[in-house]
Design a protein around this ligand. Structure first.
Ligand SMILES: O=c1ccn([C@@H]2O[C@H](COP(=O)(O)O)[C@@H](O)[C@H]2O)c(=O)[nH]1
Length: 270
């Protein structure tokens, strides 16, 4: 099977886009006109995918919005539909545990093409993911949230911040060419440092849109040889909330426009 980053690279070229559309289908924000459907989150994602796939390099559902019985069904339908449109799916699950448990978590890669993982428990906790040579494994490195600095910026004895050590380790762990890093657009200086440190690792850069991150830095430093992803979730999928409540086409049309607009903004800096 073709390696994840080769598939992603082909997709980026085909749609001329590095946009990752975040499918954070928050049940509290699914519009009323879909509420009575079987699996409203799936009905919602299907319309979002219809509206955005021409601009999407990837879809990134966050597992937090699917961790219940109906949610997992909705997620599986969503992934199958995205694949039907030839768009890879990155599950933002931030997993890892002792090896025996991680082996089961890595089964998520039977569903999605790539996953985010938490490096805090070290190499053996990531092995079951890293050994899936066909799948993408994005290691949390310098996250976009305000508290990202609390631990990740801590300096080790040699004065090196922890996030840089994580990046160096992830580079070592990249034996199958399937590793990327998660680096937030809200940390542009760290993005620049990391790009110099690990020039070959593609980044998933969340935090543009609702979190107000730096779009230019996201593109300038997020891509390795043209490959990488810049994610927006709420800023795309809920952009139709100002549309008339009884007009589904306007609602989802707004999501399509938001994805297209982000693609245009990113492409100006590629
Ligand atoms: O550092 C990180 C890691 C993951 N995320 C996730 O990305 C999306 C961002 O959503 P927006 O609506 O575009 O803010 C969401 O799923 C986060 O959990 C992140 O933001 N930062």
């Amino acid at each position: 099977m073709t390696a994840f980053f080769d598939r992603l690279s082909e997709r980026i070229d085909r749609v001329d886009s590095v946009v990752s559309v975040g499918l954070d289908a928050d049940p509290d924000r699914i519009p009323d006109f879909l509420a009575d459907r079987d699996l409203p989150r799936w009905a919602f994602n299907r319309r979002i995918i219809d509206a955005t796939h021409e601009h999407a390099a990837c879809y990134k559902p966050n597992a937090a919005f699917y961790e219940d019985a109906d949610g997992w069904r909705a997620l599986r339908e969503t992934v199958a539909y995205a694949h039907g449109k030839d768009v890879p799916v990155l599950l933002d699950a931030k997993r890892a545990d002792i090896g025996n448990t991680s082996r089961r978590y890595a089964d998520l890669l039977d569903v999605a093409d790539a996953i985010t993982v938490n490096p805090y428990m070290g190499r053996d906790s990531l092995d079951p993911f890293l050994s899936r040579a066909d799948a993408g494994v994005f290691v949390l490195c310098r996250t976009s949230n305000p508290g990202g600095a609390d631990l990740q910026d801590l300096e080790l004895a040699a004065g090196e911040p922890l996030y840089r050590r994580v990046a160096a380790l992830a580079d070592l762990w990249n034996e199958h060419g399937n590793v990327g890093l998660v680096v937030g657009a809200t940390a542009p200086a760290e993005l620049e440092t990391l790009r110099a440190e690990v020039p070959d690792l593609p980044f998933l850069v969340p935090g543009v849109g609702a979190q107000g991150g730096d779009v230019e830095a996201a593109v300038e430093y997020g891509l390795a040889d043209g490959v990488g992803l810049v994610n927006s979730s709420r800023g795309i999928i809920f952009s139709g909330e100002d549309a008339p409540r009884d007009d589904p086409d306007a609602y989802f049309g707004a999501a399509g426009e938001a994805a297209k607009r982000l693609k245009g903004r990113l492409n100006r800096h590629r």
